[in-house]
Design a protein around this ligand. Structure first.
Ligand code: SER
Length: 591
């Protein structure tokens, strides 16, 4: 089965059961400054899991692009991926365990034709105040699963979420494919890593909210959040050994073969390099497709790491030309039906991937030479000093993780603390990777709600006074400030900034009502609503209108009246990346 067929089968099945299809949200979380990327299908749905009304109803289905950055350095083995797709269906206070399990069982056994004997499932065994989930086990039994196919585990294995420190979460039932091999030992079961069991689907019964103190309170509504890894299910359905052997990678790997003249699988080193290049360039293409450019911090830094690590492995495969674009072209071609934003942004993707590749190519060889000299200088030592690591970073553009990997290949560590100290003195901002999960999912506090509305006013003002072509290229809101990135290839003038600030303040003083309406995407577009969505035909969206100042497609939340913002001040206007400017601003009472 190929990927598009699988996506369609899944969506059609749930549509026939009353679910509305929603298109994949951006990889860049819109309402969540605490994570760099969308990491699961439920991520963009957090406000609705917490009780906000979703315009498409209480039953949703989608396939969501996701990026997880925790394991970048593990990529190269048979299973790790940075980019993956998650098929998901949701009940927002609608159906619960019985229907959810029934839908999954029928889909797997009847639509996909899997043998019920090849399934193994898990249930929550109970911990603390939260009881054992016998209900889930008995529902599975009602579908004919035997006791020996049902396994109970604790919080470690059978609890999902929250995605950050706080948020919706709950016990889950995970569905595994059992490849039929004998158990590796008496304790062998779905939580064993011997390879007999592969998790394919996770049905989370989200009925708790975990707060910052770690307390669990029941949610207003009982939800179901399910996620099935597209790569894994395709691997199993196609009887393949690894996710890289599925149709999702065939074209990409074929292109790397023709660039390198080597064969995927010809030896373990080559295989590993192929996988790294394939995964990283697929991920990079998708991240670029959502408007991120390589940078020193945040998402842009992850993108840079992916491209540069891929570049090094391409070089190991003997590819010396600048040619990543040709791999990105395959990704755009093969994935655009499911993710039209790739096609819409293809030139941006190709320009930026090539620019980054060229930049790094220029220094890669010299940097590697310098690295080898450093090794000689540090011969006999276990740790590479921070100064050397910083030089590789600063002069040759080696992300520190790349140097760590190079050093590890020689059995050495790097003095990360020393590096970080040197780095900090050069850079006020951090690398952006570590620590971003702190603080939990976005809070929808009063402050952030005000800043959301201020962002709409700012966007409108920039289009009016700076350039009508301005579009949002990124937004990040904390309780203290908003940060808005937009396309402009020059600095804003002080006069422009003054006009923008005044316009926003006038809109605040005018006390304009913020009106939210739900309508099909096409209607919103026809009204002139702006928004960075790539929605499909017929999809319902929320449109926030602020008098004749602003009309934007947005998930919310927003204040009821602009007067609540009290005042608006631009704190900074700076460059964020090539062709992208960044404004930081605050709201409140200013005299
Ligand atoms: N949120 C759950 C997961 O990521 C199910 O979708 O596994």
């Amino acid at each position: 089965m190929d990927a598009q067929e699988m996506r369609e089968k899944y969506v059609d099945y749930f549509k026939a059961r009353g679910h509305s299809y929603i298109s994949s949200a951006s990889l860049i979380p819109e309402n969540d400054p605490t994570v760099l990327f969308t990491t699961a299908g439920m991520h963009p749905l957090v406000p609705y899991l917490l009780g906000e009304r979703h315009p498409a109803g209480t039953r949703l289905v989608d396939f969501q692009k996701c990026v997880r950055t925790g394991d970048i350095d593990e990529v190269g083995d048979a299973s790790h991926l940075t980019f993956f797709e998650m098929l998901g269906n949701w009940s927002l206070g609608d159906y619960f365990k019985k229907e959810s399990i029934g839908y999954s069982y029928v889909f797997l056994t009847e639509v996909l034709g899997m043998d019920p004997n090849s399934l193994a499932v898990t249930a929550f065994e109970g911990e603390g105040d939260i009881p054992r989930d016998d209900e889930t086990a008995s529902i599975w039994k009602s579908h004919g699963l035997r006791d020996d196919q049902i396994f109970f585990y604790g919080k470690e294995d059978n609890w999902w979420g929250p995605a950050g420190q706080t948020g919706p979460c709950g016990p889950d039932t995970e569905i595994f494919y059992d490849d039929g091999r004998p158990k590796c030992g008496p304790k062998c079961g779905p939580s064993c890593h011997c390879g007999k069991y592969t998790e394919i689907w996770n049905n989370v019964f989200m009925q708790y909210f975990k707060d910052a103190e770690g307390k669990f309170t029941p949610l207003k509504q009982k939800n179901v959040d399910t996620g099935m890894g597209l790569e894994r299910i395709l691997r199993i359905l196609n009887g393949k050994e690894t996710v890289y052997d599925t149709p999702l990678f065939a074209g990409i790997i074929g292109q790397i073969e023709s660039l390198s003249g080597k064969k995927y699988g010809e030896d373990p080193e080559v295989t590993r390099a192929f996988r790294i290049v394939a995964d990283h360039l697929r991920a990079a293409t998708f991240i670029l497709g959502d408007g991120v450019v390589p940078a020193k911090v945040g998402q842009g830094y992850i993108l840079r790491r992916l491209i540069r690590r891929a570049s090094r492995y391409m070089s190991k495969l003997g590819i010396e030309d600048v040619c990543m674009k040709s791999v990105a072209e395959i990704v755009v071609k093969e994935y655009s039906k499911a993710y039209p934003e790739l096609k819409a942004n293809e030139n941006f993707i190709y320009e930026n991937i090539t620019a980054e590749e060229e930049k790094f190519r220029k220094t890669l060889t010299k940097g590697l030479r310098r690295f080898n000299e450093m090794l000689a200088e540090n011969a006999g030592k276990e740790v590479l000093n921070g100064e050397a690591v910083f030089r590789l970073y600063d002069t040759f553009g080696f992300p520190v993780e790349l140097t760590q990997e190079l050093a590890a290949e020689q059995g050495m560590k790097v003095d990360l603390e020393d590096f970080e100290n040197r780095f900090k003195t050069h850079q006020e901002a951090s690398r952006g990777d570590g620590g971003t999960f702190k603080g939990g999912l976005a809070d929808h506090s009063e402050e952030t709600t005000k800043l959301h509305t201020a962002t709409h006013l700012l966007n409108a003002a920039l289009r009016k006074f700076v350039s009508p072509d301005i579009q949002q290229k990124g937004s990040n809101i904390t309780a203290e400030r908003l940060r808005f990135d937009f396309n402009l290839d020059r600095k804003c003038t002080p006069e422009e900034l003054a006009a923008v600030e005044k316009y926003v303040n006038d809109a605040i003083k005018a006390g304009i009502d913020v009106v939210c309406e739900e309508m099909p995407y096409e209607e919103a577009k026809a009204r002139g609503a702006i928004g960075v969505f790539t929605n499909k035909y017929g999809e319902m969206v929320k449109v926030y209108t602020i008098g004749d100042v602003s009309c934007e497609i947005c998930g919310g939340p927003h204040v009821k009246n602009t007067a609540e913002l009290q005042g608006f001040k631009i704190k900074k206007e700076e460059s964020s990346a090539a062709g992208i400017r960044r404004i930081k601003a605050v709201v409140g009472k200013f005299d």
